[in-house]
Write a protein of this length. Structure first.
Ligand code: COA
Length: 248
């Protein structure tokens, strides 16, 4: 392990609210994003997508020294070519731009962007309102996690379940596979223990190494951040609401 690996890795997480999305932000989007925005039928999903694009463009533009609308975000699914999947920055590797990696997540009232340098990052935030834990948990948790969940008092189960979930999804987003692999094959530590992946699904390469940190947004939305490598993760929180609401 190198000294750099032992060091703490700061991850900046920029939070916005659903109410921050407004039509004035559409001018920041590129044609691919406008296409997705216009074809997203659900009103709140459309606004969450808009806010995620806007936060990404403003924050990354600041880091790259580019106007937000000029940030070269690439939204091309490696499997089908569609305008979805892990978003990347279309800048030449090894060029003058800093090695910025990022991850977006939206759920309920909250939209987040996690940014770090030199390692892949995955962010997941979940709105637990209305989650039918007894129904969903068997599809998300390993047998051991499920037994640990059921050993808890019922009143604690939703919060515990959501914590397993955000840890798992952030890890799968950091390594870029998303939910193509079943969550119930990925084992993470129990909610009250330091966040960690305990074992990866057998169909994935086992060489993945990630570190994690947990947080909660507005007391209602648990979130986790995973970063590839072995450096401990330190979260630095930012609020983008004022900036988005006044953007014209
Ligand atoms: C990644 C994924 C887990 C996110 O699910 P979610 O909980 O609904 O959504 P979140 O808000 O937390 O995250 C969405 C963001 O994750 C990112 N993302 C999408 N796919 C990703 C992937 N494979 N790896 C990492 N990040 C991904 C995008 O930035 C996306 O934001 P956008 O919708 O604004 O473009 C889910 O979209 C997924 O598993 N996708 C893979 C499924 C797949 O490969 N389908 C094949 C289509 S051909």
């Amino acid at each position: 392990m190198t000294a750099a690996d032992r060091a703490s890795r700061p991850v900046h997480v920029w939070w916005a609210r659903l109410a921050d999305a407004h039509p004035g932000l559409v001018g920041l989007l590129d044609p691919v994003e406008i296409g997705r925005y216009e074809t997203t039928v659900d009103h709140d999903n459309r606004r969450r997508f808009l806010a995620g694009c806007a936060v990404s463009r403003v924050v990354l533009g600041e880091l790259l020294g580019l106007p937000p609308a000029d940030v070269p975000l690439r939204r091309v699914c490696p499997r089908c070519g569609g305008p979805h999947g892990k978003v990347t920055l279309d800048v030449p590797a090894g060029g003058a731009h800093p090695d910025v990696r990022f991850s977006v997540s939206h759920s309920g009232d909250v939209i987040g962007l996690a940014v770090c340098h030199g390692a892949d990052v995955g962010l997941d935030v979940e709105d637990g309102t209305g989650t039918d834990v007894e129904k969903v948990a068997p599809r998300v948790l390993t047998d051991r996690e499920l037994a640990a969940l059921h050993a808890r008092p019922p009143a604690e189960r939703t919060a515990a379940f959501l914590r397993y979930w955000t840890r798992k999804e952030s890890a799968l987003k950091a390594v870029g596979v998303g939910l193509r692999v079943p969550l119930r094959r990925l084992e993470v530590s129990d909610p009250e223990l330091p966040p960690a992946v305990l074992s990866w699904p057998e169909q994935m390469e086992s060489r993945h190494e990630v570190r994690m940190a947990d947080t909660v947004v507005g007391a209602t939305h648990p979130a986790s951040v995973s970063v590839t490598g072995t450096a401990e993760v330190t979260l630095v929180r930012h609020d983008t609401s004022a900036m988005l609401r006044t953007w014209r």
